[in-house]
Design a protein around this ligand. Structure first.
Ligand code: ATP
Ligand code: MG
Length: 557
């Protein structure tokens, strides 16, 4: 019998144990983005991890906007984030929440802490609070306001809510331990005064809870069992646990941290992407050279390929950096069998078949994907004048060049053998026409075995060709130099990250291509119809990935 080896990641091991020991009876996870930017490939990891765990344990997955900080949040991002998550296939069913809907409960929670003597209103300025906090090696000092009575604290906190105080004049702090070795536990601020309009609650509130106080409450209210976040929150876990414990929730959620996903030589930080967008280095947040989810979708990535990539990266506590080539490997593998392979000439030069009748056109039947019969066949027109790619002809070829050159014969893919008999050049030496003769006996599929040729090239019949614009991409960052310039902190951009090819020539089967449709252009790579700029009579394609790969899947034992 075959033995299935199932390796469980460390989060699954924690959950297995919690279930076995009865700490929880179901699994309930959430994805809690701040609506302050577009999601990127790293967020995809978090989404798919949280949603995947809910599915695996037949539990639930919540979508929750962590919108407790009104300064940076925008409704525009709410929509784009939901669209991205839906596209990735994570389903929150009817559980879409906003942390700002819990402001009243958070306020009540703060009042509860005050009543327990576990929180106090503090008049120190932000700078003074920093001074009193101490350092990693020295303990902090108690605030002079730490021993205010419960009654006074309740009154002052109510006044904070009522708008009596200006921004920064007073804060509410948890009363924990100014000598704690963990600085997060030294009487952290849990509420601040901020006279700001919130995208959801408008001007109802002028006090806002801090993340470390708000997040565990949000999790507890929603019945989250495992609150999965990234490593930078590890040192905040004692505070998370303190909040949950002091508020006496019945089924306390558990925070688990994992390492963020990073891609080598790829920019993911919101701050940097914003700069690229603002200085016009890229065409918006979804420029196909970026790795926001919207950009990957526009480029032609599929949810399946992203899922595969995230799975290959694995889940761990150790910081690691993945190669972009691995992401390319995943999309190539995903599209290989799913998409038709059609002919597109990116740098066209005319090929004229001198012995083919002037007005004749014929239709050849060509398989859409030799490795997947289910994709069927299509009709491809063939005639006397064709386009081939400029690099498939050479006047003076080097050794081992098996494509067209004077006197050489090649196969036109799915059609006939043609032999180069002549060519023309313009005054700059650029080839303008290639003349061939064809052999009608050699038609593909006719069973011809008379002789063999070493090269097969693709082509498009000139009369029925569709012109198109094709964009080729390289890494946005100069990989030799790395992301940031050490001297001034600027980004090392690759000047060749975008190449636009106008007037490419495509076979007529592309006529119906619409936004997000993707294809293999034979011998070249995978391409996707651009969702912004493509029009039915002026198609624009983005290269998703070329066919060749430098990435090898590591051997698994
Ligand atoms: P960024 O630093 O890129 O702006 P963020 O952490 O501020 O991202 P949030 O909206 O707070 O963005 O993140 C939502 C969730 O996604 C959090 O749980 C966060 O830990 C997780 N997350 C963010 N970046 C990554 C990443 N690179 N890999 C895995 N998870 C991530
Ligand atoms: Mg954040």
């Amino acid at each position: 019998m075959e033995k299935e080896i199932v390796s469980r990641n460390f989060i699954e091991q924690i959950i297995d144990k919690d279930l076995a020991e009865g700490r929880c009876t179901t699994v309930h996870t959430r994805f809690p983005p701040e609506p302050n930017g577009y999601l990127h490939i790293g967020h995809a990891k978090s989404i798919l991890l949280n949603y995947g765990l809910a599915q695996e344990y037949h539990g639930k997955f919540n979508m929750r906007f962590d919108d407790t900080n009104p300064t940076k949040e925008k409704t525009e991002f709410v929509e784009s984030i939901l669209e991205d998550i839906r596209w990735l296939g994570a389903d929150w069913e009817d559980r879409l929440f906003f942390a700002s809907d819990y402001f009243e409960q958070m306020y009540e929670a703060a009042v509860k802490l005050i009543k327990k003597g576990k929180a106090f209103v503090c008049d120190l300025s932000a700078e003074e609070i920093r001074e009193y906090r101490g350092t990693l090696t020295e303990p902090g000092k108690n605030s002079p306001y730490r021993d205010r009575s419960v009654e006074e604290n309740l009154r002052l906190f109510q006044e904070m809510r009522d708008g009596v105080y200006k921004d920064g004049e007073k804060v509410l702090r948890a009363k924990i331990d100014m000598a704690s070795p963990n600085i997060n536990m030294r009487d952290p601020v849990i509420y601040r005064v901020a006279h700001l309009t919130h995208h959801n609650t408008g001007d109802k509130w002028c006090i806002y809870p801090m993340y470390d106080f708000a997040h565990p409450i949000e999790d507890a209210i929603e019945g989250i069992t495992h609150s999965i976040c990234t490593l930078e929150f590890e040192d905040h876990r004692p505070l998370y646990d303190w909040v949950v414990r002091e508020l006496e929730y019945e089924n306390p959620p558990k925070q688990i941290e994992f390492a963020k996903l990073y891609l080598k030589n790829v920019v993911t930080g919101k701050r940097y992407i914003k700069k690229l967008v603002e200085d016009g280095s890229v065409d918006g947040w979804d420029d196909p050279r970026l790795v926001s989810i919207a950009a990957l979708r526009r480029r032609g990535y599929t949810p399946e390929s992203i899922k595969q990539f995230v799975e290959l990266c694995g889940v761990s506590k150790a910081q690691s950096v993945a190669d972009y080539a691995m992401l390319e490997y995943c999309i190539r593998e995903d599209l290989k069998l799913k998409r038709p392979r059609m002919m597109a000439v990116l740098d066209p030069v005319k090929l004229i078949i001198d012995n083919y009748p002037e007005d004749q056109m014929e239709e050849l039947e060509i398989e859409n994907n030799l490795e997947n019969e289910a994709l069927g066949k299509r009709k491809v027109p063939f005639g006397r004048e064709l386009y081939i790619d400029r690099e498939d002809f050479m006047e003076n070829p080097p050794k081992k060049y098996f494509r067209l050159f004077p006197g050489n014969e090649v196969r036109l893919m799915g059609a006939y053998f043609v032999k180069c008999v002549d060519f023309k050049k313009d005054e700059n030496g650029k080839v303008t026409e290639i003349h061939c003769t064809y052999d009608p006996e050699t038609k593909s599929g006719s069973g011809f075995t008379g002789r063999k040729v070493k090269g097969t090239i693709h082509w498009v019949a000139a009369k029925t060709a569709i012109p198109a614009t094709v964009r080729l991409y390289e890494n946005l960052i100069d990989e030799e130099k790395g992301v940031y310039n050490e001297e001034d902190g600027s980004m090392n951009l690759n000047p060749n990250s975008l190449t636009v090819l106008e007037n490419c020539q495509l076979e007529p089967a592309f006529a119906k291509a619409k936004a997000y449709d993707s294809f293999q252009f034979v011998r070249q790579g995978f391409f996707c119809v651009d969702s912004h700029d493509s029009k039915p009579d002026a198609l624009v394609f983005n290269r998703i990935v070329s066919l060749k790969s430098s990435f090898k899947l590591p051997k698994q034992d």
